[in-house]
Ligand binder design. Structure first.
Ligand code: ADP
Length: 308
């Protein structure tokens, strides 16, 4: 059995318009790399993350450490591990930076221990890691980062994740304004009440989106990517959100909304050519702002963490 393993851990888009807190998908074009090695110290040692000196190295505070510990506790193992994280997804991006670390860590450790757990079982540990980042249990980034594709989190008691293969030609474009929005702060903006009228529209869209994904009906996917509840409350956090969304839709996007808790914004497209046109529209719209930003074009990933 090898003593060290390198993994690619993908970013992910959670909420996906209408699916607040229950839906996410993995994006292959952007992600972290991690090297995890066994050590003889019987403890988890996390190396300082280059470029992100304020990310915690305490294994009780870094999501990678907490996720690994959850797995080891379940196995009743005291094996130690060294963890190196090369971070390509800025924390607080809304594209699952912490979930990538949590998912990458548990897939790597599982591999080093001879794969005692299935990918689906690993989601639970990755999710426990995520808890230290957002203060609450959420699997809508951790599940797609671990499993790939779309993941519907039907419930938590017990964790019930439904994995959906993405339609073959489904692409996403993500713009990441280089400002940080903490998930915790973005949640505090949300009203705890939802009107029955809005809830009914949202249920219709979630069901439509699921049906569109299973039948590769791109037009239905697009029609269903509406969020009447969360997007209107959160969009104030994202500079020029309305203008950006308008140009993205005019450029032919199936739909467009906030990625996770922002500031990233995603659009879905049928095919790479359409995704490229949307990326150009995003660039043109955002060039007018004073902000730095990054744009990623990627097929919706059908695999999660990859062992390299
Ligand atoms: P994101 O959606 O980018 O993961 P969150 O606000 O959910 O954003 O998580 C970022 C928070 O998680 C930051 O406060 C960061 O310090 C903390 N964190 C702990 N470990 C990690 C890690 N390995 N990678 C990224 N963020 C981490």
């Amino acid at each position: 059995m090898s003593e060290s393993v390198k993994v690619f851990a993908p970013g992910s888009v959670s909420n996906v318009g209408c699916g607040f807190d229950i839906l996410g998908f993995a994006i292959d074009g952007v992600g972290d790399e991690m090297v995890v090695s066994k050590n003889d110290k019987k403890k988890i040692v996390i190396a300082p993350v280059n470029g992100y000196e304020n990310l915690p190295t305490d294994p009780k505070k870094n999501v990678a450490g907490v996720a690994i510990q959850a797995l080891l506790d379940d196995l009743k193992s005291n094996q130690g591990f060294d963890v190196e994280i090369v971070k390509n997804i800025k924390p607080g991006s809304g594209i699952g930076s912490s979930a990538a670390s949590a998912a990458g860590a548990v897939v790597a450790v599982n591999e080093l221990l001879g794969n005692p757990y299935s990918r689906m079982e690993l989601v639970d540990f990755a999710m426990k890691g995520e808890e230290v980042a957002s203060g609450d249990v959420h699997a809508d980034n951790a599940a797609p980062a671990t499993l790939g594709g779309f993941c519907l989190i039907r419930g938590y008691n017990p964790l019930d994740v439904i994995h959906i293969q993405p339609p073959k030609d489904l692409w996403c474009v993500v713009i990441h304004p280089q400002i940080e929005i903490k998930t915790k702060e973005s949640r505090e903006l949300l009203s705890p009440e939802v009107s029955m009228k809005k809830a009914i529209r949202q249920w219709g869209n979630v069901a439509g989106l699921m049906s569109g994904l299973y039948t590769s009906n791109y037009e239905l996917i697009g029609r269903s990517l509406e969020d009447h509840i969360v997007e209107p409350q959160r969009k104030v956090l994202i500079p020029e959100f309305d203008e950006l969304k308008l140009s993205v839709m005019e450029a032919g996007a199936l739909g467009c909304s906030i990625s996770g808790s922002g500031p990233s914004v995603f659009a879905l497209a049928e095919g790479k050519d359409s995704a490229d046109v949307i990326a150009t529209a995003m660039d043109t719209a955002y060039r007018k702002t004073e902000l730095d930003y990054k744009i990623y074009v990627s097929k919706v990933s059908d695999g999660g963490v990859r062992v390299l």
